[in-house]
Design a protein around this ligand. Structure first.
Ligand code: HT7
Ligand code: ZN
Length: 888
């Protein structure tokens, strides 16, 4: 397969003004009549018309009503001699029932759905399937009335009625021009929760959440999330809902989380359905942010879209930033906002940092791709959001809102680039540091890799100054050996040794207002800042709020970290201090070569500090839960040059066991203190209490395992049975399973029996087992057995993920086996999945991205397993791209 390169972008040779689609829907053979009004783009040299297609059966091509001569070049339909403007009619058929790739038109549980981003529309009809071709659509849907009573597409329903032979039709017109990737249709037996809302300007809108009939009682939270999203976008950015009708439809077969088709969002059921019996607090929170995310795309993505797929982060990075801000703004207080920020950073550091250091590393605006679906990555999404966040830091919150307004004024209705976005934010803030540094700032778009900021502090007791010296660097990434310095906003403060926050007096800026937090903007490889009037060596709190997506190196002493952990007014750095202490202990034992068993990993000061946090009356439970959760194995592994995954696992387990036992009575206290009172509410405060109670239960069961005590496992089983909501129930089940207690088996059996008809809950059941600790080396056997369970299906992405990904990507202690059996099994699953659904297979293929860091024998075995996949002659280009890069 050939790579598509950003520098080869050329405007389309033809425009499509209108698209008139007629669908005769049938699972085995759907007929699609596509009538387009087209005209030549006179700005580019004369070229033939080349339309994209994929797995279509072509029946007829008419130009201005006459049979036209055309040829096929690969998958493209090419027409040579054409007038400057004409009507093109194309008649094709496709087979939705056999579409296991879930791209284009497919059937899920007897309902038709579409997924067109990025290149799925070409699986429905021949088209200029690129985001810069924007057209007006009208759509006629025809189908059997009793099998498909609901017929939906983008925009407004303008006509509907009966047809002969039990069929009916619906005609939809979208008032907005759009690229083909935003096209959608849905047809099936669905029911809707409906709500009419009035916007600030008095305009009425109809909101609908469509699901299968048994799921209506699980739609209230999604509807409320949508209503909150609409209000938030209008209040924060002045962006109103521009449609009479806004629909969300849920499907259980979906490659990703959701899709922002104009006015007709299609969602994975996982991000719609929730009631307290079936969904956890995490599910509620994810639904809120995904509903928000897709709704916010209505402006950032739909009204202003991407010129080409290299600009994907233009809409995705910005929209993730917007959904993160939305979720933070819904929080009742600063503590809950900080918790949300820590959670977001944790995702970035455990997923995106490894990506940026591995074979798939790419800039936020990539330079080339083989399969665009492989570039829906944490770099495009999460790092892209951090880039937008840094812009906001550099221009201020109000300045950023001004920039957003200018961006939408300038580019409404157009397909634009990341440069256009950055320019609009800078132009709206001409006096800002962003405007002054724009070309350099944009290196965040063009350079891959995570910058490292090495920092040293120097205290001068005579001059009473404290100087911080910064050195930034960035390791080479594939195709980019040299990196130029980035613009890095570093927010910092200073604490006295007694933990008091100091007022900052910057040397050379004596007129500045006295502040306690300052954002220094690094632009050079070496830079320093000096603070005056410092009476004794301070403790620096650097990169507050994680003000830039970088790795910060600072040789903190344990005492300094304990001071930050106990006192830093910046909650992010307070949490970070605890993580650094834990990481330090983990790494020193991992690299020492000492026996893990019998070694006390964590020192008394750390354990006491953790007790202090747990018992602290002024801290929220959610924050305590984050502080008391040790850094993940993946994160620990990332800090090492050479990784022995079994040793990392053993050390982390030993640390967990030590915290469980040493804090036993504190965990008991925390569990009792965080019991629910009153009705279930998924708000951050209550969810935080449940999260801490859940962590306490895990620790109590772990400690019981060590002591042989059966009281807490018994209480946990009782909690599992009595729980009034899924969060408490699942936390109890998890405590039994993760501590490997014998009671886990009966709890698992009971859980399955209660929820056998709830697919999303059964996903949790599979996932918990596939992710369970490998005490006797038997998880691989268990996973093989789970795949034979009657509820298992490889064709359903959620189910495949719940077993295979939970084992291969989320259970390193079980997956990385010295006998290589985990890797061999993984390679078989990638190959098997690739024939069904290449997108899902390619994601799974990334489980061994970091193979080259592994110690022997893992390293050679992992390479061999990847090579085994790469050797298959019939691989999709999705999977081929991933494994080829891994082996390069
Ligand atoms: N913009 C949506 C992307 C998406 C997608 C991409 C490839 C294959 C399937 C897909 N489903 C959805 C999701 C989003 O970011 O909102
Ligand atoms: Zn998105």
């Amino acid at each position: 397969p050939v790579a598509v390169r950003r520098e080869d972008y050329a405007a389309p040779a033809w425009w499509i003004d209108t698209v008139d689609l007629t669908f005769d829907l049938d699972p085995a053979k759907t007929r699609v009549l596509n009538r387009m009004r087209m005209r030549r783009n006179t700005d580019v040299p004369v070229q033939p018309l080349r339309l994209d297609g994929d797995e279509l059966n072509l029946a007829r091509v008419l130009v201005n009503g006459q049979g036209a001569s055309f040829r096929m070049e690969g998958d493209q339909l090419v027409i040579d001699a054409l007038p400057d403007a004409f009507e093109l009619e194309i008649f094709t058929t496709c087979c939705p029932a056999k579409n296991t790739k879930l791209m284009g038109l497919f059937v899920s549980e007897d309902t038709f759905f579409t997924q067109c981003e990025a290149e799925g529309f070409r699986r429905i009809t021949y088209f200029l399937d690129r985001p810069d071709v924007m057209a007006s659509y009208q759509v006629m849907l025809r189908a059997n009335r009793s099998a498909y009573p609901v017929l939906l597409s983008n925009g407004n329903l303008v006509e509907q009625g009966d047809l002969p032979e039990g069929r009916h039709y619906a005609k939809w017109v979208d008032p907005f021009k759009k690229p083909s990737y935003l096209f959608a249709l849905v047809a099936g037996k669905l029911v809707a929760r409906e709500q009419r809302i009035k916007a600030r300007n008095g305009k009425e809108h109809l909101l609908q959440v469509y699901v299968r009939s048994g799921d209506l009682d699980k739609t209230e939270h999604a509807m409320n999330s949508l209503i909150h999203s609409i209000a938030w976008d209008e209040a924060r950015f002045g962006l109103p809902l521009d449609l009479d009708r806004f629909m969300i439809v849920a499907t259980s077969d979906f490659n990703m989380g959701a899709m922002e088709n104009k006015g007709l969002n299609i969602f994975n059921t996982k991000y719609v359905l929730a009631n307290q019996a079936t969904a956890t607090d995490a599910d509620y929170s994810n639904i809120e942010s995904v509903v928000g995310h897709e709704y916010f795309h209505n402006w950032s993505g739909d009204r202003v879209t991407c010129r080409d797929w290299f600009q994907l982060s233009l809409k995705e990075g910005l929209t993730v930033f917007r959904d993160q801000e939305f979720s933070q703004d819904l929080c009742a207080d600063a503590s809950a906002r900080a918790v949300k920020r820590i959670e977001d950073v944790r995702v970035l550091r455990t997923s995106q940092f490894p990506e940026d250091a591995g074979p798939m590393a790419h800039p936020v605006r990539p330079d080339s791709y083989i399969e665009i679906s492989n570039f829906y990555t944490v770099t495009i999404y999460e790092k892209g959001a951090e880039v937008v966040r840094m812009m906001q830091t550099l221009v201020g919150r109000k300045g950023f809102a001004r920039g957003i307004t200018l961006y939408f004024e300038r580019h409404d209705g157009h397909a634009v680039t990341c440069d256009d976005f950055a320019q609009a934010i800078a132009d709206a803030n001409p006096e800002s540091e962003l405007a002054a540094l724009l070309p350099q700032f944009k290196r965040w778009y063009s350079q891959a890799g995570t910058p490292r900021v090495a920092t040293q502090g120097h205290y001068d007791a005579v001059a009473r100054t404290y100087t911080l010296n910064f050195t930034q660097s960035c390791a080479p990434t594939p195709g980019q050996s040299i990196k130029e310095p980035f613009v890095i906003p570093v927010t910092l403060g200073l604490l006295a040794q007694d933990g008091q926050e100091l007022t900052l007096h910057l040397a050379g800026d004596e007129d500045a207002d006295a502040v306690r937090s300052h954002t220094l903007v690094l632009t050079q490889q070496h830079e320093s800042v000096t603070f005056n009037g410092i009476d004794s060596e301070p403790v620096p709190s650097i990169l507050r709020g994680f003000s830039a997506p970088v790795r910060l190196d600072f040789e903190y002493t344990d005492a300094q970290l304990l001071t930050l952990l106990a006192n830093d007014p910046d909650p992010f750095n307070r949490w970070e201090a605890g993580q650094r202490l834990a990481l330090r202990s983990a790494i020193s034992l991992i690299t020492s070569g000492a026996d893990v068993v019998g070694t006390t990993t964590l020192n008394d000061a750390f354990v006491d500090a953790m007790r202090g946090v747990l018992r602290n009356p002024t801290l929220d439970s959610a924050f305590k839960e984050l502080v008391l959760t040790l850094p993940s194995e993946t994160y620990i592994a990332e800090q090492l040059e050479v990784v022995d995954p079994q040793r990392v696992h053993a050390v982390r387990e030993a640390m967990r066991a030590q915290l469980a036992t040493a804090l036993f009575s504190d965990w008991e206290w925390a569990y009792e203190q965080n019991q629910d009172t009153g009705a279930y509410n998924p708000d951050p405060l209550s969810a935080g209490r449940r999260a801490l109670a859940g962590l306490a239960l895990v620790n109590l069961c772990l400690a019981a395992r060590a002591s042989g005590d059966s009281v807490w496992p018994g209480k946990t089983l009782q909690r599992f049975k009595d729980a009034g909501n899924m969060t408490d129930r699942f936390n109890a089940l998890n405590a039994l399973v993760s501590s490997g207690h014998a009671l886990a088996q009966q709890a698992l059996a009971r859980f399955h029996a209660i929820f056998k008809n709830e697919a999303l809950v059964i996903d949790k059941w599979f996932s918990l087992q596939a992710g369970s600790p490998d005490r006797g080396g038997n998880v691989l056997a268990l996973v093989k057995q789970l795949m034979k369970h009657p509820d298992f299906s490889l064709k359903n992405p959620n189910r495949a993920r719940s077993v295979i990904f939970s084992y291969c990507s989320a259970n390193p202690g079980a997956f990385h086996r010295a006998d290589a059996a985990g890797y061999v099994w993984w390679s078989d699953r990638v190959i098997e999945l690739d024939a069904i659904n290449p997108q899902v297979a390619a994601r799974l293929a990334r489980a061994l991205d970091r193979w080259s860091k592994l110690a022997e024998p893992y390293r050679s075995a992992a390479r061999e397993a990847i090579a085994r996949i790469a050797a298959r002659p019939d691989l999709s280009k999705d999977t081929q791209e991933v494994v080829t890069r891994a082996l390069a």
